[in-house]
Design a protein around this ligand. Structure first.
Ligand code: C2E
Ligand code: CA
Ligand code: CA
Ligand code: CA
Length: 274
């Protein structure tokens, strides 16, 4: 009995240490990953129902680490904690703007921004510099922020966002509906776009509440004159329901999965190789 207990304890300890070690290793190797060319940007199309066209792409970072592709859901939180997100965020912004500058002018690009980049304070200058360097028109760049980013330090964050918006860049509220006070967040800043979290879209046609919530958010968007993007559209049924409900923009696997830009040469109007 005694030895089992000890073994159990030792096993538990080892597991914790292994997880911690893996995390620390990842943290260390995230540093300089951009310089080593391990980060890549994939793009996911944004579809406009009215024009029946792709009107832009969201930039989503990928990390090729030891021959594996690590999901941003895994490494972004670690990069945020260790500060590497500043370097990664800079890389994605530069790369996405440089890429988008070569697309037809109708196509916009969206870049995800994390809280630490806002707190860093240098973001408005970085955005201005990158736009100048790449020649991308400010009106073609969208930054996506989440509610938690704003809640961390509301006053400072909204001030930084206002300075960026003054450049002509638009600001979207990402993962709408997943936070604790999504409605309060809407009052904190004049967002240009709301991205309805994919969990609601996912439940469309299966749960009555999901449909009611989607309708309510679309109504809210109309009332506030903010366009709503439905995220995570995977089926034709979901797309049809969203169209019927008056949603104007769709994103999801049904339209296209995130991929290297070369995959979208038809949409970006030129043969890109990567
Ligand atoms: P997000 O901003 O909400 O991005 C959408 C995520 O949903 C992406 O995951 C995308 O691949 C996935 N997705 C899109 N359509 C569908 C669909 O139809 N079904 C399903 N099941 N999933 C779909 P990804 O690329 O793994 O990114 C995860 C998260 O990591 C992003 O969520 C974003 O919060 C963060 N992220 C990605 N790139 C960056 C970046 O460059 N900077 C920062 N700060 N965060 C990033
Ligand atoms: Ca996003
Ligand atoms: Ca989202
Ligand atoms: Ca997210």
């Amino acid at each position: 009995v005694k030895s089992t207990g000890r073994n159990g304890f030792a096993f538990f300890n080892t597991e914790i240490n292994e997880a911690q070690l893996a995390r620390r290793r990842m943290e260390a190797e995230l540093r300089g990953a951009c310089e080593r060319g391990e980060m890549a940007v994939h793009y996911q199309p944004l579809f406009e129902i009215a024009s029946d066209r792709v009107v832009g792409f969201e930039a989503l970072v990928r990390w090729r680490w030891n021959g594996e592709e690590i999901s941003p859901a895994t490494f972004i939180p670690i990069a945020e904690e260790s500060g590497s997100i500043i370097e990664i965020g800079r890389f994605v912004l530069r790369e996405a703007c440089r890429e988008a500058a070569g697309w037809p002018a109708k196509l916009r690009v969206a870049v995800n921004i994390s809280a630490l980049q806002i707190q860093d304070g240098g973001l408005p200058d970085l955005v201005a510099t990158v736009l100048e360097e790449t020649g991308l028109e400010a009106g073609r760049l969208e930054l996506e922020v989440t509610e938690s980013l704003l809640l961390a330090n509301a006053e400072a964050a909204t001030e930084v966002l206002a300075r960026i918006r003054a450049l002509g860049v638009t600001i979207s509220l990402d993962d709408f509906g997943t936070g604790y006070s999504s409605l309060a967040t809407l009052r904190m800043f004049p967002f240009d776009k709301i991205k309805l979290d994919r969990s609601f879209v996912n439940d469309l046609g299966r749960l009555g509440e999901a449909e009611a919530i989607v309708m309510a958010v679309l109504g809210l968007g109309r009332a506030l004159d903010v366009s709503v993007v439905a995220e995570g559209v995977e089926t034709k049924e979901q797309a049809a329901m969203l169209r019927e409900a008056g949603c104007s923009l769709l994103q999801g696997y049904l339209i296209g999965r995130p991929a290297p830009i070369a995959r979208f040469s038809a949409e970006v109007g030129r043969d890109v190789t990567s």
